[in-house]
Ligand binder design. Structure first.
Ligand SMILES: NC(=O)c1ccc[n+]([C@@H]2O[C@H](COP(=O)([O-])OP(=O)(O)OC[C@H]3O[C@@H](n4cnc5c(N)ncnc54)[C@H](O)[C@@H]3O)[C@@H](O)[C@H]2O)c1
Length: 275
């Protein structure tokens, strides 16, 4: 998508972090914004701030894990603006850092509901109407570097993000084979300086430190803008993680057993849990 001005972007998880940065960056391009988040107060704060700086913003209180909320979000977007050109399925949560067998059914359900079903509901509610409108457009699903590599302790998060990557690639193929003008990207950042630790109960303190030292969300937003403009599927933002991805794939093809890495270091068997 080459033109951004006056076009309509829908962003979930827009009240914080990467979603908020996407909203701010797209507003700078003159896009009209439909912003969705489960945190109504924070969402209205972001909408007010962007509105005060001159952007056209529609905030819609949304729980992306609910099919009806995704349908309502799409209805609100088309009612207000008559079109949607850019959909960012971005809302997501992380989880406690414990071994796979200690992750509770409630954690699995919540993480998959927000991270995976959130993207599924978004695609189901928006893409048929975007196709029917017949104009060019783009869908960005926020996965993670955790969708391209694996590790111990946060198995629901890894599983959800691998599923988002696979779902996003399938969507890309399906749109291509349907002759659609819509393009797709999978956003796969590693650590980004956001409030994800505060929004994810039990978030491992060691990982919080990495998030706090992470990339600035506005730099991620810039990469997303460029990928949409250049029609790039993969948005890998942290080159230091490329080696972990490459090692995993090469090890797989060589028939080697996976070696655990936590933030690029090998954890000791005597310390099985994340602090
Ligand atoms: N921060 C990182 O290091 C990092 C790295 C890789 C991927 N990601 C992914 O980036 C995305 C954005 O996360 P972030 O880091 O900006 O976190 P964040 O917590 O700062 O922002 C996430 C937003 O999503 C909202 N949200 C949570 N559950 C929701 C729901 N059910 N419905 C609607 N909104 C909901 C939250 O209220 C919050 O405003 C997530 O998908 C996350 O997995 C983050």
């Amino acid at each position: 998508m080459k033109q951004f001005r006056d076009r309509v972007a829908v962003i979930t998880g827009a009240a914080s972090g990467i979603g908020r940065a996407l909203a701010e960056r797209f507003a700078e391009e003159g896009m009209r914004l439909v912003l969705a988040d489960i945190d109504a107060a924070a969402l209205s704060g972001v909408a007010d701030a962007l509105g005060a700086s001159g952007a056209t913003v529609l905030p819609v209180h949304t729980d992306v894990s609910k099919a009806a909320d995704a349908d309502h979000l799409a209805d609100a977007a088309w009612s207000a603006f008559g079109a949607v050109h850019l959909l960012c399925n971005n809302a997501g949560i992380a989880c406690e850092g414990v071994p796979a067998w200690e992750q509770t059914p409630e954690t699995w359900t919540r993480v998959l509901a927000v991270n995976l079903w959130g993207a599924i509901h978004g695609v189901r509610a928006f893409v048929p109407r975007m196709i029917a409108d017949g104009h060019e457009g783009h869908i960005v699903n926020t996965a993670s570097a955790a969708g391209l590599r694996t590790g111990p302790f946060v198995s629901p998060y890894y599983a959800s993000k691998h599923a988002v990557v696979a779902f996003t690639e399938s969507l890309h193929f399906d749109l291509q084979l349907a002759g659609s003008k819509l393009k797709v990207s999978a956003l796969c950042p590693a650590f980004v300086k956001t409030s994800i630790a505060d929004h994810s109960p039990g978030f491992p303190p060691a990982m919080r430190a990495r998030v706090d030292a992470g990339m600035e969300p506005r730099d991620i937003a810039q990469r997303v803008l460029e990928a949409v403009r250049d029609e790039k599927f993969w948005i890998l933002t942290h080159p230091e993680f490329d080696e972990l991805i490459r090692t995993r794939l090469e090890g797989m093809l060589q028939g080697e057993n996976p070696v655990p890495h936590v933030f690029g270091t090998t954890p000791q068997p005597t310390n099985p849990k994340l602090p």
